[in-house]
Ligand binder design. Structure first.
Ligand SMILES: Nc1ncnc2c1ncn2[C@@H]1O[C@H](COP(=O)(O)OP(=O)(O)OP(=O)(O)O)[C@@H](O)[C@H]1O
Length: 626
């Protein structure tokens, strides 16, 4: 089956470095400042956060007490045993001390850099999965040796460079993490934020797009969607851009600068999908890319991010291959509105093939999360939760019989004027979370209830009770949802429906039947009343304000940072969400996932029934023939 086989954690280094085994406790890390300066450091067993910060104080001129050392979600306080070999670390200045003169390499650090024995390009990560990139690195080094310079790419908002081989052919595209839009060294004037702050998409931080490009490659098991080989590298070259933050100028002295960057194989191509009619695109290619986009909640699959390559050869007239690129805005830190260019292509309305269903069936989001944790130690848990949720959603929706377009639609938000409404996926998550809260309340109630019973029994022995008074007292001290839980049934409407259907049970067996109000599955299990469910999902208002988003205008002023002063970076990064995934501990997250999965089938049934007309209309409007 189509799932990659995952090897155990690697113990050797690769890239252009010699395969050397590190003495136990010794690790190489790459420290990057918020302004993009990079330094490779060797840690040994005796190092702790303080000793490392002391070294960095010398290198970057940042006082120890004013800085934090961060690896993904972890602020490294003292013990560094959790830091793995080849981890990129971020050195940030604490908020109070942040000023426009953020640090860059001091003269001592430049010495340190010069003494840095590492090669011009080092692959960050040691797994065999990156073996494809090793050859690219060798070819680039040969090119550099004979004086072939990289070429800056003019298109796009971020800094990107074609690196070439000794024949002058493009072999890779390199995107430094500190040159993405809004990053301090962006060469196209889109600057203004430090690394680690919310970026172009608030749920993707500045400087964190590079590892997402690698994540998409790692998740593309068996090269199913055709993502080109991608790795994170530390790369040193004079072509890179450094902005002079004092005068606002670009930096033009030809010094060698080290950067952390994504490096992706260059794929020769003829167009991108925006220049070409879609009718020659293979259905399977669109499906495979769509499956990947859904798993990783890609928020940036526009036509320019699909390269089109004509296939040559006998009988291959008009046949093309699609290559998905630019995955920097996937795996956001919260559920976001995705962008799926393919959603209105007729290919997406064609049912999945057996092969595709088989691939989806074998996807394991928990194993995928482990893979990403192992290969990308800086990845945030929030991104992995999005991966798990979207993969579970895909698996259940495909098994239920939805096609790619339907799944994409269920994940997409609707715009009403300036307001954004949550997607069907988000609504289900909101319900799952609500259930979680109710479960908590009822277990709390049960506890209190037990205590109350004892007290009640004790009290009864002594005196007559004034129930009215007790109820009023309860009303004033309990939060409203608790009151509701006591006074009426606030359990999930889906379960109310299940109960009502159960009461009406009749004998349809052996097939999935869509009746007027309910259906049974193949073994006769009753499923919820879907017309009522439809109403319940649509009419449920989880606090009108909380699930209507600010209009686009308000959003952009927010992005400009005017109202962000009092919010933490974490709050900002997940602020565009209707449902928070990061405020649950591991146990609650697992319960939430269970609730989520239980709610999917009723929601799917609801959609199936509600969408018949819409689907027919879409088909009537489709002119493309297969
Ligand atoms: N793997 C690749 N092979 C060939 N060309 C590529 C590859 N990746 C990117 N390109 C080319 O480089 C251009 C810029 O790349 P990309 O879109 O990834 O950069 P970006 O700065 O993230 O752009 P944007 O601002 O549009 O998101 C693309 O339009 C494409 O032409």
């Amino acid at each position: 089956m189509a799932v990659a086989t995952f090897k155990g954690p690697p113990s050797e280094c690769c890239g252009n470095k010699k395969m050397e085994r590190k003495p136990s406790g010794r690790r190489r890390v790459y420290v990057q400042t918020e302004t993009g300066c990079v330094l490779g450091l060797e840690l040994d067993r005796s190092d702790n956060a303080h000793t490392v910060k002391r070294k960095l104080q010398v290198a970057f001129n940042v006082p120890i007490e004013e800085s934090s050392l961060i690896c993904g979600d972890m602020v490294l306080k003292n013990d560094l045993s959790v830091v793995r070999n080849d981890s990129p670390l971020l050195l940030t200045r604490n908020f109070l001390y942040r000023s426009s003169s953020t640090p860059c390499l001091s003269p001592t650090a430049t010495d340190l850099q010069q003494r840095d024995q590492s090669g011009p390009i080092e692959i960050i990560g040691c797994s065999d999965i990156f073996s494809g990139t090793k050859q690219l690195v060798k070819d680039i080094m040969m090119g550099i040796k004979v004086g072939i310079e990289p070429i800056p790419i003019q298109s796009g908002l971020g800094g990107a460079y074609y690196f070439r081989n000794s024949h002058g052919e493009n072999v890779a595209i390199v995107k430094p993490t500190d040159e993405v839009p809004y990053a301090p060294n962006n060469p196209k004037g889109f600057v203004g934020k430090a690394l680690g702050q919310p970026g172009l998409k608030r749920s993707v931080r500045v400087g964190e797009t590079g590892f997402r490009e690698v994540a998409a490659y790692l998740l593309d098991h068996n090269h199913f969607a055709n993502v080109p080989c991608t790795a994170l590298v530390k790369v040193r070259h004079s072509i890179f851009n450094v902005n002079d933050r004092v005068n606002g100028n670009m930096h033009h002295n030809k010094a060698q600068i080290s950067k952390i960057a994504s490096l992706q194989q260059f794929i020769p191509h003829d167009f991108d999908a925006s220049d070409h009619g879609t009718s020659s695109f293979p259905v399977a290619a669109v499906h495979r890319i769509g499956i990947l986009d859904i798993r990783i909640l890609n928020t940036d699959r526009h036509a320019g991010n699909l390269l089109v390559r004509k296939l040559e050869g006998l009988g291959r007239f008009d046949q093309v291959e699609l290559v998905p690129i630019d995955h920097g805005l996937c795996l956001p830190e919260s559920l976001e509105d995705p962008y799926f260019e393919w959603i209105h292509w007729p290919h997406a309305s064609i049912p999945f093939s057996e092969d595709e269903l088989n691939y989806i069936y074998h996807l394991d989001p928990f194993r995928d999360s482990e893979l990403l944790r192992r290969e990308l130690p800086m990845i945030r848990e929030a991104c992995l939760r999005v991966l798990v949720l979207c993969t579970v959603f895909l698996k259940e929706a495909a098994t239920f019989g939805f096609c790619l377009a339907e799944i994409g639609e269920m994940m997409s938000r609707e715009f009403l004027g300036h307001d954004e409404e949550p997607s069907e996926l988000e609504l289900i998550c909101i319900e799952a979370k609500k259930l979680l809260n109710e479960e908590e309340i009822s277990s709390f109630d049960a506890e209190i209830g037990d205590r109350d019973v004892t007290l009640f029994q004790l009290d009864c022995e002594d005196q007559d009770l004034d129930f009215t008074g007790n109820i009023e007292e309860t009303m004033t001290v309990m939060p409203p949802f608790h009151l509701a839980a006591k006074c009426g049934n606030t359990r999930n409407p889906l379960f109310k429906l299940e109960e009502s259907v159960l009461e009406e049970e009749s004998g349809n067996e052996g097939e999935l039947t869509f009746g007027a109000d309910e259906y049974t599955d193949t073994v006769g299990n009753w499923m919820p009343n879907i017309s009522k469910l439809s109403l319940s999902m649509k009419n449920t208002r989880f606090g009108e304000k909380s699930w209507k988003h600010l209009g686009v205008k308000q959003k952009s002023s927010f992005l400009a940072g005017t109202s962000s002063r009092n919010m933490s970076v974490n709050e900002l990064a997940v602020n565009s969400t209707f449902v928070k995934l990061t405020d649950m501990d591991e146990e609650k997250w697992n319960q939430f996932l269970e609730n989520f999965q239980r709610l999917l089938i009723p929601a799917f049934v609801n959609r199936k029934r509600g969408n018949v007309d819409k689907k027919q209309r879409q088909k009537l409007g489709t002119s493309c023939q297969f």
